[in-house]
Ligand binder design. Structure first.
Ligand code: ADP
Length: 280
C-alpha cells in the first residue's frame, strides 16, 4: 500500500464453469518477507561459520607446522647438553635437564597430533566404495600384539561396504577398537563386539566393550581435542583419538556418539552413508 517491495508467495488456480471453460482465476497472495529474511539469516550465519572453521583449521595447521622447527632446535640442544654435561652435573642438574627433554618431547607429540587433526579436512582422499570388513581385518592385524597381550576377543558380524576415505575410516576403527582394549577393566579380559544396522540409507556401527566405562557427564567431553579422563600414568595417550574420529566421521556426513556407565563397559556408535546413497 505504501509502495514498498516485499516478498510474497502467489498461488493462482483457474475456476471453470460446468463445460470446463475457465471463467476466472482465484489468487492467494501471502506476505512471506519474514520467512525469507529468516532463510537469508541462516544462509549468512552458515557462510560465516564455514569461513571461521576454515580459518581455525588454517590457524591450527600453521601454528603446529611452524612450531615444529624451533622445538626441534630446543630438543636437540637439550639432548646435546645432556650428553656433554652429563658427568659434570650433580643429580639435580641431570634431573632438571631430564624434565626439560621430556617436556620438549611431549610438546613435539602434541604438535604432531594437532597437525594430523588439522589436516583431516584439507588432505583427505577422494571417497570410494570401502569394505568395512577389510578395514576391521586390517585393524585386527595392526593391533595384533595388544590383542594377544590383553587376551581380547573381537566379535564381528558380516560387515557392509560404505562410501568414504579408506585410510581415514581405518583410523576410526583403529582408535575405537584400540580404546576398547586400552580402557579394559582390571578384573576381566576385553570382550569387544562390532555390530551394524541399516537405518535409512545409513549404516550405524557400534563398537561395544566390557571395560571401565565412562561417567554419563563426560560422554560428550571425550570427543573434544586433548580431553582425557585419566592421567597418562594410568593410561598412555594424548586425548586426540576420539576428536580425530569425530572429525573424520563428520567429513563423511555421519555422526558419532557414546553411551556408557562406569563399570558397565562403553558403546561407541557412528553412522556412515551406504554406497548407493553417496555414489548416486
Ligand atoms: P586417549 O586414549 O589418547 O586419551 P581418546 O580421544 O581416544 O584419547 O579418548 C579420550 C578419553 O576418552 C580417554 O582418555 C578415556 O578417558 C576415554 N575413553 C575413550 N574410549 C574409552 C573406552 N572404550 N572406555 C572407557 N573410556 C574411554
Amino acid at each position: 500500500r505504501d509502495g514498498s517491495a516485499f516478498w510474497c508467495e502467489v498461488l493462482i488456480a483457474p475456476v471453470r464453469d460446468e463445460r470446463g471453460r475457465v471463467t476466472h482465476f482465484l489468487g492467494v497472495q501471502r506476505d512471506v518477507s519474514d520467512r525469507r529474511r529468516a532463510a537469508e539469516e541462516v544462509e549468512r550465519i552458515n557462510r560465516e561459520l564455514t569461513s571461521s572453521n576454515a580459518e581455525l583449521e588454517q590457524f591450527a595447521y600453521v601454528a603446529s607446522h611452524d612450531l615444529q622447527q624451533p622445538l626441534r632446535t630446543v630438543t636437540s640442544f637439550l639432548q646435546l647438553l645432556q650428553r656433554h654435561l652429563g658427568n659434570k652435573l650433580d643429580d639435580d642438574g641431570r634431573e632438571f635437564i631430564g624434565f626439560a627433554v621430556d617436556g620438549a618431547k611431549r610438546m613435539q607429540e602434541l604438535i604432531v597430533d594437532l597437525l594430523e587433526y588439522s589436516r583431516i579436512t584439507r588432505s583427505g582422499h577422494a571417497f570410494q566404495a570401502v569394505s568395512t570388513a577389510q578395514l576391521v581385518a586390517e585393524t585386527k592385524q595392526d593391533l595384533h600384539q595388544a590383542i594377544i597381550e590383553a587376551g581380547a576377543t573381537i566379535d564381528t558380524p558380516e560387515l557392509p561396504d560404505v562410501f568414504g576415505d579408506p585410510g581415514q575410516l581405518r583410523r576410526v576403527f583403529e582408535n575405537l577398537i584400540g580404546n576398547a582394549i586400552k580402557y579394559r577393566a582390571s578384573d576381566r579380559s576385553p570382550e569387544i563386539r562390532v555390530t551394524v544396522q541399516e537405518l535409512n540409507h545409513f549404516w550405524q556401527f557400534c563398537i561395544a566393550d566390557n571395560g571401565i566405562g565412562i561417567p554419563r557427564e563426560d560422554l560428550d567431553r571425550v570427543f573434544l581435542i586433548f580431553q582425557r579422563l585419566h592421567s597418562r600414568e594410568d593410561y598412555p595417550g594424548n586425548g586426540i583419538g576420539l576428536a580425530i574420529c569425530r572429525k573424520i566421521i563428520e567429513r563423511h556426513g555421519g555422526r558419532i556418539w557414546a553411551d556408557s556407565e562406569p563399570g558397565q563397559g562403553s558403546r561407541f556408535y557412528f553412522t556412515l552413508p551406504d554406497v548407493e546413497r553417496r555414489a548416486s
